[in-house]
Design a binder for this molecule. Sequence first.
Ligand code: NAD
Length: 493
Amino acid sequence: MASYDHLYIDGQWVRPLRGGTFETFDPALETLLAQVAAATAEDIDLAVRAARRAFDEGPWPRQSGAERATVLRRIAATIRERQQQLAELEVRDNGKPLPEALWDIGDAAGCFDFYADQAERLDRDRERAITLSDARFSAVARQEPIGVAGAIIPWNFPLLMAAWKVAPALAAGCTLVLKPSELTPLTALELADICHQAGLPAGVLNVVTGLGAEAGAPLAEHPDVDKLAFTGSVPTGSRIMQAAARDIKNISLELGGKSPFVIFADADLEAAVEWILFGIFWNQGEVCSATSRVLVQRDLYEPLLQRLAQEAQRITIGPGLESGVLLGPLVSRGQHEKVLAAIARGEEEGARLVTGGRRPTQLPTGYYVQPTVFADMAEDSWIWREEIFGPVVCVRPFDSEAEAVRSANDSRFGLAAAVMSRDLDRCERVARALRAGIVWINCSQPTFTEAPWGGYKQSGIGRELGEWGLQNYLETKQITRYDSDQPWGWYIK
Ligand code: NAD
């Protein structure tokens, strides 16, 4: 059984050395959900040392991919068996509607299955012969696990973000220390229990809950960590990069976004409204790839705003466990205040508030924000340029394709983008012109474990998911052999 006031280190549930805890809350009820173990630098050191021992001496990195795949598939199966319980726990901790949480947990299981296949593929592809320009030599390129990984994750998809890092790291043969967000730590502790039951050797996965400064920073700075995999905000990503710089740690960063959605006038109006809604209100807009900047070609602009407002107002808001709810509370009081402050700033800047913008009054408790649509803001306004991470979409008109591409690319972020038109040639052309790591055509948000995920510009470094996700946790070694029976003959003639 997972124990929320314990850390999972070296295959055991242990109390933090300083005995501290922090609180996690149910954002619909605004009540205490659990007291959670607060790790500090001493606990992080124990966890990293356990991971180091498991990497240097333990069986996991030395097993075949097929052997590791068996454990990964057991983890996937147990996540599926416990899908309902895990999803309900995720709703209580994060606030999201239950059907979305069920989707996340199913995806997390799928991620472990996918990387089980990748672990088996490694057995086939681990070494590849290289043809050299000098026939006296032969060489192979070999892939080996990178070592001890430190994984630090955010609160918006708690178990899924853990799976995106834990599954490929385990498939590669790495060992790791996972630090979930202090706002949603519970399902990561459940994952530790699931991995334990699945027979993962002690020390291979360690889960340490705690605050960013007290637990995250010492993990990022620990000299025995070989690789840092981080998902979160740009400012924290920058701090992680600085911490990694000292020891030249390998890093991958998945950061924020303000992703554009370009909609041409020939698009189907109903489809456009549906995908805009899905692109910004799914998961309360607390989605790194949310298409929160919508560019609409002038002829469709006003009709689209009108339909969008109608449909946004029809979205059922309420506690995530209530049936029919499509928009739950935001994750925390702090996030609620941040999003309401962003809306106030948009109004001060003179953007037109088309709908929403307030806390719904009919709900007695909970960090709710109405689905919010802003229009007509200036291109250099704060609300158009900065990530809000809430159910707030900004809409602007455009005239030409060139203008839409320029405006879409005019951002320090480059995580995702979307384009919609009945003209598929135009969609394909625009997709290639958009400076983003993920581009959706005639949709927004569907995410597949098989395809690469990550950002251009300040949205990050590296790619997760698919075969790219596995590469994050692999080193490439060349082994070159002198095959000739002739002496080398440089010094000794
Ligand atoms: P955050 O940066 O505040 O926190 C992320 C994690 O970092 C948490 O576990 C936190 O405890 C830890 N942390 C905080 N300070 C730290 C420090 N000094 N050293 C080490 N670790 C530290 O981000 P958040 O508020 O949890 O998440 C929201 C952000 O995450 C948004 O900007 C969003 O766009 C981004 N995000 C990106 C993706 C992606 O795939 N690109 C996915 C989800 C979220």
